[in-house]
Ligand binder design. Structure first.
Ligand code: ATP
Ligand code: MG
Length: 139
């Protein structure tokens, strides 16, 4: 089934000029980038975006890291896009990620793991709406 999912190329990756390299992983695996923009998240926008994690011990570190530099937010489209994107990214901790995944190849640490991807269709819809209006998504 064709789905849309939200992806974020995190500051650790934009800082190292890896936007194009990471985008090629999505496109090679059959996902299309149907919306994309580069922006800076303020600390308070980061806290809103990651509100589901606010009780977790790494919440402050996570919000600091995602607002430390430019991010590229994007909508990916394709068959089973939510799960496929998670597979392309690899495990949260780059050390545990499979080979040829974004996090294995580019991740620096569990906090600076180069990419975010929605974890369910329901969250994908919410996260896409957080960043994009309907007219910015061109399937
Ligand atoms: P994401 O939601 O970013 O796609 P994920 O679903 O694989 O990643 P989550 O458990 O949702 O992992 O954690 C969200 C983010 O929080 C991770 O991508 C990672 O950067 C950070 N994180 C998770 N666990 C830790 C930890 N133990 N220490 C520091 N940061 C962490
Ligand atoms: Mg998650």
């Amino acid at each position: 089934m064709r789905e849309l999912t939200l992806s974020i190329i995190k500051p650790d990756a934009t800082r190292r000029n890896l936007t194009g390299a990471i985008n090629s992983y999505f496109e090679k695996a059959g996902l299309s980038i149907v919306a994309q923009k580069r922006l800076m998240l303020s600390r308070s926008q980061a806290e809103t975006f990651y509100a589901v994690h606010k009780e977790r011990p790494f919440f402050q570190e996570l919000c600091k890291s995602i607002s430390s530099g430019p991010v590229v937010v994007q909508v990916l489209s394709g068959n089973n896009a939510v799960a496929l994107n998670r597979k392309i990214m690899g495990a949260t901790n780059p050390e545990n990620a499979d080979k040829n995944t974004i996090r294995k190849d580019f991740g620096v640490s569990i906090a600076e793991n180069s990419a975010h991807g929605s974890d369910s269709l329901e969250n994908a819809e919410k996260e896409i709406r957080f960043f994009f209006s309907e007219m910015e998504i061109i399937p």
